[in-house]
Design a protein around this ligand. Structure first.
Ligand SMILES: *Cc1c(COP(=O)(O)O)cnc(C)c1O
Length: 304
């Protein structure tokens, strides 16, 4: 719906590695039907962003943290750049939610989030939200929404509102749990790498501390060994259920290579750093000791 603000033929600069569905919407639908063109750029490299700006550039599409490797974008820096170039900014805040970061206060024009994830919080609804403090933009979005009919069903709206009541409690617990899980796995001999912005070893930990309240509730791990060993690891888990989605009260695990990034070629995927042995954990509200035991048991069986 945020794209309805753009003129036909507009150019968008988007964070490299945006959510797969966003990628599909940009490249498969809007490019064909509305003549939009999109360049994917590392938004932390402002020289690269400047080089990508064209006369038709109208929007910068920001996503932070990214999926699944949890790279951060410096929201204040890119929004200042965009303002200087008269470009709209829209931040996909699905992973962080307003509990962790508030892009409007960092200069963004619009925040987009899937309410199917943390806002609903129970993996039982589908919805989305656009948030802006700009009345003119709000009116345009409202007009487009009402005209196109992209509105939530009453029941989904009810579930989103009910979820919101416990967002604070759930996020506190899930983000604490995620830090405990990431810390417990970081130096495990069966693990090649842990990606979590809340760990001091994350290359953007300093940015995380200025921009986010915690490292979030998603932790990505890359195992040592082969795909077959990874599949065995997966089959031994009891708490982490295999799921495409994230953000619910129950812990979930996603095999990025075959699920969220399944439509990419192996080379494309590996160039991004997503391997057969990469797993994204959506950490739930369970007792973190149970979650850590579950992971360590599955990993130790693998190491022995
Ligand atoms: C899931 C997700 C979306 C899309 O949400 P749906 O509610 O499933 O349409 C968009 N962005 C990110 C980062 C997501 O994780």
């Amino acid at each position: 719906m945020a794209l309805e603000l753009l003129p036909a033929g507009a150019h968008i600069i988007a964070m490299c590695g945006v959510y797969g569905g966003t990628h599909r919407l940009f490249d498969k639908l809007r490019a064909r039907n509305n003549g939009l063109s999109v360049d994917y750029v590392d938004l932390n490299d402002l020289d690269a962003v400047a080089a990508a700006v064209k006369p038709s550039t109208a929007m910068v599409w920001i996503e932070t943290p990214t999926n699944p490797l949890l790279e951060l974008v410096d929201i204040a820096a890119i929004c200042q750049f965009a303002r200087e170039h008269a470009l709209l900014t829209c931040v996909d805040n699905t992973f962080a939610t307003a509990w962790n970061q508030t892009p409007l206060s960092l200069g963004a024009d619009i925040v987009m989030l899937s309410t199917s994830k943390y806002i609903g919080g129970h993996s039982d609804m589908i919805g989305g939200a656009l948030v802006t403090a700009d009345e003119t933009l709000a009116k345009k979005i409202d007009f487009a929404k009402t005209t196109v009919g992209a509105i939530a069903s009453p029941f989904d709206a009810y579930l989103a509102l009910r979820g919101l009541k416990t967002l604070d409690l759930r996020m506190q617990r899930q983000c604490d749990n995620a830090l405990n899980v990431a810390t417990a796995l970081e130096n495990h001999p069966a693990i090649e790498a842990v990606f979590y912005p809340g760990l001091p070893s994350h290359p953007q930990h300093a940015l995380c501390q200025t921009q986010m309240r915690s490292g979030g509730a998603v932790v990505t791990i890359q195992l040592k060994g082969t795909r077959v060993e990874s599949e065995r690891f997966l089959s031994r888990l009891r708490y982490f259920i295999l799921a495409e989605s994230l953000g619910g009260v129950e812990s979930m695990i996603n095999h990025s290579a075959s699920m969220s990034h399944g439509s990419m070629s192996e080379e494309e995927r590996e160039a991004m750093g997503v391997f057969d042995t990469t797993f994204r954990l959506s950490v739930g509200i369970e007792d973190s000791r149970d979650l850590i035991d579950d992971l360590l048991y599955a990993l130790d069986q693998e190491a022995s």
